[in-house]
Design a protein around this ligand. Structure first.
Ligand code: FAD
Length: 682
């Protein structure tokens, strides 16, 4: 970021909306934030002017419509090449723009309001130049001072007098390589600039929003000219780049028109959110750089923090909602296309779903509210090291209801300290938004102890079978404790409670579980035929499902026969196979003398290129076929008859899951939607 020296700022401080937002976020107490408005210059620097005139294929801008609503637009030259923005001859802080505005872009109507006689005042505009190939970006705000339009060619020439200019950080920008695509055929698919109260966005538009990794968020700070704020903090517009992983912006299923935009850690200026805080309106522009399709949205915006945010998006403490009041959707409008390979930002955190989306998925997620702000605590009790980087961690905890295959969400701030604000983190970008909340499948079985039916239960400890993530903060810390003890005092691994290693229990989640409670005398007509596929540590949900089947005390489940074909693909057969073996030999929970479930047939297909010692398989209590190769579609072709009609569950890396699901669909003929998947990746 630049220093405080020239060209100096045109501002008189943060405006009331920005101050209110900084206060809400607690940033007003952080050193320096109160003075950072000085980084917003009153005119363009040479560097900014050069950037805007030499580097930009496109410029997202925001203007107001006749009703005073902001609309984000995207401007380009006629053929998508650079060079359509030039410096003004005699005014260093003025840019001359010569875009061609396609039909449907609200910029055209909004500039109807430009009044040449009003030249002294000008029309509000803001823009953000982003060079997407390098992540460089600069924001500008100012006024349109001169404007000429040709209604036939839809070319406009206008001057923007820039009176706010600032550089900005490259976080969340996806790197793309763009090239001009002059032959477009802009087609307005939807033009609903004024929605009625009951209107919803079409599902095509909702899918478009939920596929986007980038939005351009426009906002307005509109102050009553007669108010005391007006002199010090005059009205202006703002537009900013916001990015995340595809799907990071959600649309509420309940009304089909409210966008939920999670707020990720930024520079703490709070420019956009501050504008929204003062003037609760915003606009969003979304562009598909593959197709040239463009979506324009405007609406009523609201910032929500703390519990109010978490009530909408669990585990997220700051967000903005945009209830859309007008939208337009155009196909093939942008005269630019991206090359195939894009580079996502390493700063973008995992996406989060809305509470209502989670509930719609089947209400299998429980979040604990905690008492007095303190979550229920889990205390690490015991560590079983299976290898230097795979271990089972046993935690003591209050009673929990966990279905076999579900995951637990833990907060490790007590162990690792509350994350500190950092603007950038070159070495470890994930730190910038790291809430130290992590998820693992619970590998212990928690049968219901009351009554005969399977289901949620009461217990006071749970186990996680965990693999250390390379460079991982939480797993790194846990394995460093485990490795350290193993090297110096291995006997202590059996009881680590004195170290008081605590984690907050945030919730229990997931619908990737075996519905044992649905087994009844009616369903128990024939053997339950299952197909499981695990890639690496994706084994964990199957360990607990197997344990549940084998040790269930439910009469119905025990009378049921189970026929399981299990494909396990691993580079660590010597670690994972004994874990399966150990579970298969588990005794039922009611009596340590009774044999394991007699009606379970398990055939494990082990796919590994690593040598598998005969001792590992020779004594096995279930069938094992070893395949010294990767799992490929051809195996599914060979096994078609065996796999047909089975209930399929898959867990592993995304590539593995895709291979298994596609093979099950293509080679075996299973319905795609019927294959149940759990992704450890996020
Ligand atoms: C539903 C679910 C169940 C899971 N069950 C298990 C389990 O039973 N056993 C097990 O070993 N692991 C499981 N995982 C994965 C586990 O959550 C991660 O390994 C763990 O969060 C890593 O934390 P960390 O702090 O060590 O790594 P971090 O410090 O968070 O990460 C280090 C780097 O890896 C990236 N990263 C971390 N985790 C992931 C991930 N899951 N996907 C993509 N990138 C990632 C980060 O972005 C960062 O760049 C599960 C994940 C999910 C979502």
């Amino acid at each position: 970021m630049a220093s405080y020296d020239s060209p100096g700022t045109s501002l008189n401080g943060w405006h009331p909306g920005e101050r209110a937002m900084q206060h809400k976020m607690g940033y007003d107490k952080a050193p320096g934030v109160g003075e950072m408005w000085r980084y917003i210059y009153g005119e363009m620097t040479d560097q900014h002017r050069k950037f805007h005139t030499s580097n930009l294929h496109f410029l997202p801008v925001v203007t107001l419509d006749k009703a005073g609503r902001p609309w984000s637009s995207i401007l380009t030259g006629e053929d998508g090449t650079i060079g359509w923005i030039t410096p003004a001859q005699r005014a260093a802080s003025t840019l001359v723009l010569r875009p061609r505005v396609w039909e449907g872009d609200p910029f055209w109507e909004n500039t109807d309001q430009f009044d040449a006689r009003d030249d002294g005042e000008g029309m509000l505009i803001a823009g953000i130049g982003v060079e997407v190939s390098t992540r460089r970006r600069n924001k500008l705000a100012g006024k349109i001072k001169r404007l000429e339009r040709n209604d036939e060619s839809r070319k406009i020439m206008f001057d923007v007098r820039v009176d706010e200019a600032t550089g900005n950080c490259p976080k969340y920008i996806v790197i793309r390589s763009l090239s001009p695509h002059p032959k477009t055929n802009p087609t307005v698919v939807y033009d609903h600039s004024n929605m009625s109260p009951a209107d919803r966005l079409p599902s095509e538009v909702i899918s478009f929003i939920q596929a986007a990794d980038t939005i351009w968020l426009g906002s307005a700070y509109l102050v009553d000219p007669s108010s005391s704020d007006a002199k010090l903090f005059p009205s202006h517009l703002g537009i900013n780049h916001r990015g995340g992983r595809p799907g990071w912006v959600r649309v509420k299923p309940s009304d089909g028109r409210t966008l939920v935009i999670p707020d990720y850690s930024g520079n703490r200026f709070m420019s956009s959110l501050g504008n929204i805080e003062y003037t609760p309106l915003a606009s969003v522009l979304i562009v598909d750089f593959d197709t040239g399709d463009v979506l324009y949205l405007t609406g009523d915006a609201e910032n929500l923090q703390g519990q109010a945010a978490e009530d909408i998006m669990p585990l997220h403490k700051s967000l903005t909602t945009l209830r859309v009041t007008g939208y337009r959707f155009l196909k093939d409008a942008l005269p630019l296309r991206q090359k195939k390979d894009i580079e996502p930002s390493p700063y973008s955190p995992a996406i989060k779903l809305l509470k209502e989306e989670i509930e719609l998925q089947g209400a299998h997620t429980t979040f604990f509210e905690g008492v007095g702000g303190k979550l229920p605590q889990a205390v690490l009790q015991k560590i079983d090291l299976h290898s230097p980087n795979i271990a089972t961690f046993t935690f003591r905890s209050p009673s929990l209801s966990i279905q076999p295959g579900q995951a637990i969400i833990l907060d490790f701030k007590a162990l690792l300290g509350s994350p500190q604000y950092r603007h950038m983190s070159e070495g470890k970008p994930s730190l910038v938004n790291d809430d130290l909340i992590r998820t693992w499948t619970v590998s212990s079985y928690h049968p219901q102890t009351r009554g005969d039916a399977e289901g949620p239960e009461i217990q006071s400890s749970f186990q996680l079978t965990m693999k250390e993530k390379e460079g991982g903060l939480v797993t790194g810390a846990l394995f460093s404790i485990a490795g350290g003890l193993n090297a110096s005092k291995p006997h202590l691994l059996a009881d680590v409670t004195p170290f008081n290693i605590e984690a907050g229990i945030v919730g229990v989640s997931g619908d990737f579980y075996l519905p044992l409670d649905e087994v009844s005398s009616e369903t128990r007509i024939q053997a339950q035929q299952l197909f499981w596929a695990a890639g690496g540590i994706g084994l964990t949900p199957f360990l607990v499902m197997l344990r549940a089947i084998l040790t269930s005390t439910s009469t119905d489940a025990r009378k049921q026969s189970w026929d399981i074909v299990f494909a396990l693909s691993t580079r660590e057969p010597q670690v994972l196979l004994p874990l399966v073996e150990r579970v298969f030999n588990t005794k039922p929970t009611d009596s340590s003398d009774s044999p394991a479930h007699p009606n379970v047939r398990l055939h494990l297909h082990l796919f590994t290129r690593k040598p598998v010692p005969a001792s590992l398989t020779a004594q096995s209590s279930f069938d094992i076929t070893t395949h010294p190769e990767r799992l490929e579609e051809r195996w599914f072709v060979e096994q078609k008859e065996t796999l047909e009609g089975r209930e399929a569950y898959v867990c592993g890396p995304a590539e593995f899951e895709n291979l298994v699901v596609n093979s099950l669909v293509n080679a075996v003929g299973l319905e795609k939607g019927k294959v149940r998947k759990e992704g450890f990746a996020y």
